[in-house]
Design a protein around this ligand. Structure first.
Ligand code: PBE
Length: 575
């Protein structure tokens, strides 16, 4: 049967595009509100030296969950500080608290509504099932388009992912209130709001709180995912460790998340019935806490206000002192951090995320003619799609014009001589790869774009395959990172290998794993090593364990990129 594919993805694309434009104002408003709230929470939490918050949290844990757990909290928080993850932890706690707050504000009323109206319940239940089973990653994509990269799309995705237990448990708690109590309330002629606030909610509170506790834990489980779109904190530390395969750092950051999870879990579980309620009344403790928080918020707010007034860099104010970066392990990120040091741009912050998120952010800013600074490289389709310029780099923080090298595992020459020859002879020009990149960017499937290019460039391909022994279906495993350049090049060389009798497997990984994979022979090769400077660190680490087949493309360049409509020319102008 020949049923054409239903263009479901296209419909979703159109819908999201429409929503992006139609609700642009609303999204900007939400972003400002959420970012503002988050800044307040972070400012309050980091108002004093770490030890102050450590003591407050410890006391809170002791009060709610007895002193043995208090000792655990004290030791683990001191350890987090000692290991150097205090600032990240504050970011993470702030994100989780804020997401938690939103799940309560939205979740409890929706849960109550579900308990009161059958129809609402019938609609909400499957919606919640859908929200919870759809991989949370998927929410990140439209979130970036709506809210830009940074912490806001992370928070929104966390709320969507985490809200279900609060709604479900509120609904359950209210439904479980014994019938006779309701009848008694009715008999005394109470109104439905009296019934709700005086009978149903108080009885349902333990169940509701169990839901809230679960929501908080789910929000915490989202921190690593949220870091992919630029949310800061421990999640970003874990993500960075993965992309650089740094086992030690990954463990430290992961352990910090575990500690924070235990502390937040116990506090939120026992908040309703604190262990030492008899010693000090709940009301007293919470009032002291509330006064403390409000006072700190006011004080930090005032100090900040005066600091901001001192002025700063014009472009910095327009862009919030943000440089939009890509995957934390990318060479260009290390170069950008070097630039920040070399040019003394202490106020500036390099935002981590992904190449796709960076491209989305650039598109959004460009369409609205807003100022933006991204980490960019050429060859790249962005230069043919938008009017952009590299900022001059007189201090050469981004190195000079470079080559991309092909690197294969030891032993490939013996195991698959034909593939080795082709990989060795693979070589093309920036103009070639750009054609493939533009096709992919315009929506052509990478494999089809690669086929189109090889079909149109038989001469070049002929030079690569010249003298190569045809394969016998041997599997060649190529690794690459999801950068636009490497998606294009890897697909083209894969196509050529396939046309010559090899079975090609492509594995998309992070930078560190790409180099490590070829070095430990779990991958056969890659065509993505930017040298001599971009990937110098990775190259140094593994160079004795793989074979460098030399350059496959000359003339790449990295740097900070801005739209031409911006009135700035050099990185020096950012100071
Ligand atoms: N890039 C593209 C990579 C290499 C390829 C410039 C983003 C990097 O910075 O590691």
């Amino acid at each position: 049967m020949n049923v054409p594919k239903i263009p479901l993805g296209d419909w979703v694309d159109v819908l999201v595009k429409w929503v992006t434009v139609a609700f642009a104002g609303f999204f900007t408003f939400l972003t400002t509100v959420i970012e503002g709230l988050l800044n307040i929470v972070v400012d309050v939490l980091s108002a004093g030296p770490p030890i102050v918050l450590i003591i407050v949290l410890t006391l809170l844990v002791i009060y709610t969950s007895r002193w043995p757990l208090g000792i655990f909290a004290l030791v683990s928080l001191l350890l987090i500080d000692n290991l150097g993850y205090w600032d990240s932890s504050i970011q993470t706690i702030a994100i989780v608290l804020l997401s938690g707050l939103f799940t309560i504000i939205i979740g409890i009323p929706v849960g109550i509504w579900c308990a009161q109206r059958k129809t609402v319940h019938r609609i909400v239940t499957p919606t919640l099932d859908f929200m919870q089973t759809m991989p949370a990653f998927v929410y990140l994509i439209p979130s970036i388009l709506f809210f830009g990269i940074g912490v806001v799309p992370g928070i929104i995705a966390s709320i969507i992912f985490a809200i279900a237990p609060t709604i479900r448990m509120t609904n359950l708690g209210i439904k479980e209130v014994p019938k006779d109590l309701i009848e008694a309330a009715d008999a005394f002629g109470s109104s439905s709001s009296q019934k709700l606030f005086k009978v149903q909610l108080p009885i349902a509170t333990p169940t509701i709180m169990a839901g809230v506790n679960q929501s908080i834990m789910l929000a915490l489980s989202m921190v690593v995912t949220a870091s992919l779109v630029g949310a800061p904190g421990l999640g970003a530390d874990v993500y960075r460790a993965v992309s650089q395969i740094d086992v030690g750092k990954g463990f430290e950051a992961g352990l910090s998340i575990v500690f924070i999870a235990v502390i937040l879990d116990r506090i939120s579980q026992n908040l309703r019935k604190p262990a030492y309620e008899k010693v000090i009344k709940k009301k007293v403790v919470f009032s002291i806490l509330a006064v403390l928080v409000i006072l700190t918020a006011i004080v930090t707010g005032v100090t900040k206000e005066t600091a901001v007034k001192k002025g700063g860099n014009r472009i910095g104010t327009q862009t919030g002192y943000k440089i939009i970066g890509i995957e934390p392990g990318a060479g260009i990120m290390a170069q950008s951090n070097k630039a920040i040091k070399d040019y003394q741009l202490d106020q500036w912050q390099l935002q981590e995320g992904s190449s796709a998120a960076m491209a989305a952010e650039l598109k959004k800013a460009y369409n609205q003619k807003k100022p933006i600074i991204v980490t960019g490289w050429s060859p790249h389709w962005m230069f043919s799609t938008y009017d952009l310029k590299f900022l001059e780099d007189p201090k050469k923080s981004f190195g000079a014009v470079e080559d991309i090298h092909t690197i294969v595992r030891k032993g490939l020459e013996q195991d698959a001589p034909g593939a080795y020859t082709i990989l060795d002879q693979f070589s093309w020009e920036p103009a070639d790869i750009e054609k493939v990149m533009v096709d992919i960017k315009d929506g052509t499937d990478p494999e089809k774009a690669a086929k189109k290019w090889t079909d149109a460039n038989k001469d070049k391909v002929g030079q690569w395959t010249n003298g190569a022994k045809a394969g016998n279906g041997e599997t060649i495993n190529l690794v690459y990172v999801a950068w636009d350049t490497e998606i294009a090049s890897t697909n083209v060389i894969a196509k050529v290998l396939e046309q010559n009798g090899f079975h090609v497997k492509l594995s998309q990984v992070e930078v560190g794993p790409m180099f490590a994979g070829v070095a430990n022979k779990s991958a056969d090769g890659m065509v993505s090593a930017w040298l001599p400077s971009t990937h110098a660190e990775y190259y140094k680490q593994y160079k004795n364990d793989f074979i460098d087949l030399g350059s496959n493309l000359h003339g790449t360049k990295n740097g900070l990129v801005v739209p031409k409509y911006m009135d700035i020319n050099s990185i020096e102008d950012l100071k």
